[in-house]
Write a protein that binds this ligand. Structure first.
Ligand code: SF4
Length: 187
């Protein structure tokens, strides 16, 4: 006997707003935040073992596509989340920074694993002791390597930040100051 399979589809929660029978009203900022947070395009910059864990994150069991991030971008200009994973040698630092600078605003950065976040076990002359020495980081995911569940947790924190970000943040004096500290200009 064939079983009828009913697909379970979860609808994203609506942002805060006013609801009455027949209408729902919210602010443009919240509507844009809702769309942005559920369609993040990550750019994976993977250099070593954490990159393998990232493959597990994208594969069918953990399936990051469930969070609207199915489409990886290998072009910085079409990405809004830079995911750095693995050991970053000092020689590679300028490349990471160039990729970050090529991304359009608004953009976010997730540092995955001990190596990207702090150099990890490689406390040597040739390894960058954390990517926040060259670019601003929004979320750090600890671990060596972090499990896919941890990375999903980090992505969900990024989603929360993206959904709540105001239009004014990227032109604010605080953001300009942050960029200036990294020797970059904000838009
Ligand atoms: S944090 Fe651990 S697993 Fe990840 S790149 Fe470094 S050594 Fe490899």
């Amino acid at each position: 006997m064939s079983e009828i399979i009913t697909p379970k589809i979860n609808i994203v929660e609506a942002p805060d707003g006013h609801q009455q029978p027949g209408f729902f009203a919210t602010s443009l900022e919240k509507a844009v935040g809702l769309a942005r947070k559920n369609s993040i395009w990550p750019l994976p910059f993977a250099t070593s073992c954490c990159g393998i864990e990232f493959m597990a994150l994208m594969a069918s069991h953990y399936d990051l596509g469930r969070f609207g991030s199915e489409r990886l971008s290998f072009s910085p200009r079409q990405a809004d989340l830079l995911m750095v994973m693995g050991t970053i040698a000092k020689k590679m630092g300028p490349i990471v920074r160039q990729i970050y600078e090529q991304m359009a605003e608004p953009k976010w950065v997730l540092s995955m694993g001990a190596c990207a976040s702090s150099g990890g076990i490689f406390d040597t002359y040739s390894v960058l002791q954390g990517i926040d020495k060259i670019i601003p980081v929004d979320v750090y995911v600890p671990g060596c390597p972090p499990r896919p569940e941890q990375v999903i947790d980090g992505i969900m924190i990024i989603q929360d930040m993206v959904g709540k970000e105001t239009f004014r943040r990227r032109t604010s004096s605080e953001y300009k100051h942050l960029m200036k500290n990294y020797g970059m200009e904000s838009a």
